[in-house]
Write a protein that binds this ligand. Structure first.
Ligand code: ATP
Length: 311
């Protein structure tokens, strides 16, 4: 992540287009704004276009503007977001969803800095810096014929891939502390972080919704807790989905649910002691339960066998 941010800050003051890649909630929009803030366009507008939100005709007009009468409902001339972003940055969110027939118009804007309003033949000059983001694999979209190769290469000069949180568990606590401080500012409260148990639980979960989900979980805990150090009891951290997990209400025994839950916690933790603390039992009880369940002991459990029995 450090390397990604270093590259982002290096490219920020230039006018180069930037392509941000990553799953939903990894912070692409926030990074786009931060790049804009660190550019010499910071005092100029930062304008977002959300590509999948609009129908094709409306999207073209939203981007480039239109002249009166160019389509039903075009009752007056309108400037588009390209004009609104003049001098500043145009952020194209979910650019992978841009319809194929609008893509050449974006390419022209990127290459020649010109565009036309819908229904108008005269070209207009634009001075905008483009930052685009997508959660799609654009190379695969090109192969599938849904994204133009020339546009892909034009956008992909500087691309930054934001990794999902589950691939950087070492960053989770830092991110959670950062979010907690900013949530504290909003709530006019001063938080002092997380108890070790809460921290471990935050790090053990794989956050499919990434930073957005982490923020929601931390915010909820902060609002509902009256402590200044948030504890495990303040959190509702969802159990990650697992194909083999028996669902509550399905026809399986409690023992089976317990076995599966223990298996999952062990899978996500690095020591038996850590797993036992999350499960709220002591490690010798956990060891006995694992033996009773006839689960083959993993390397890690073997390594901890002696310690567990002593404890
Ligand atoms: N660096 C950060 N500092 C504080 N909050 C952050 C940061 N990055 C992400 N977040 C939180 O995560 C949320 C999602 O971030 P963001 O909208 O930038 O993600 P995204 O990758 O653009 O998501 P999507 O693909 O769904 O649009 C933000 O609203 C914010 O609450």
């Amino acid at each position: 992540m450090k390397r990604i941010l270093e590259t982002a800050w290096r490219v920020a003051p230039t006018t180069a287009s930037v392509l941000l890649l990553g799953e939903n909630g990894t912070g692409k929009t926030i990074l786009a704004e931060a790049i804009h803030q660190r550019s010499n366009r910071a005092k100029e507008p930062f304008v977002t276009v959300n590509c999948p939100c609009l129908k094709r005709e409306l999207l073209e007009s939203e981007l480039f503007g239109h002249v009166r009468g160019s389509f039903t409902g075009a009752i007056s001339d309108a400037m588009g977001k390209v004009a609104a972003a003049e001098g500043g940055t145009l952020f194209l969110d979910e650019v992978g969803d841009l319809p194929l027939d609008i893509q050449p118009k974006l390419l022209r804007l990127l290459q020649d800095r010109v565009y036309e309003r819908v229904g108008e033949s005269r070209s207009r000059q634009a001075n905008v810096r483009i930052i685009a983001a997508t959660n799609r694999n654009l190379a695969a979209e090109v192969k599938a014929g849904r994204f133009r190769e020339d546009l892909y290469y034009r956008l992909n000069v500087i691309s930054l891939e934001l990794p999902p949180l589950r691939e950087r568990p070492e960053d989770i606590l830092d991110a959670a502390n950062h979010l907690l401080r900013s949530i504290g500012d909003d709530l006019h409260r001063e938080f002092r972080g997380f108890t070790p148990l809460a921290g471990e639980a935050l790090q053990s979960y794989d956050w499919p919704g990434n930073l957005r989900e982490l923020r929601n979980v931390v915010e909820r805990a902060a609002i509902l807790s009256d402590r200044d150090i948030l504890d495990l009891a303040d959190f509702e951290i969802p159990t990650s989905t697992h194909a083999a997990t028996p669902q509550v209400g399905s026809y399986v025994s409690l023992a089976k649910i317990e076995e599966e839950h223990i298996r999952q916690v062990i899978e996500r933790t690095t020591t038996l002691e850590h797993a036992a603390r999350i499960l709220g039992i002591d490690k010798s009880t956990l060891y006995r339960k694992r033996k009773r369940q006839h689960s083959p002991l993993s390397d890690f459990e073997f390594a901890n066998e002696t310690a567990a029995c002593a404890g």
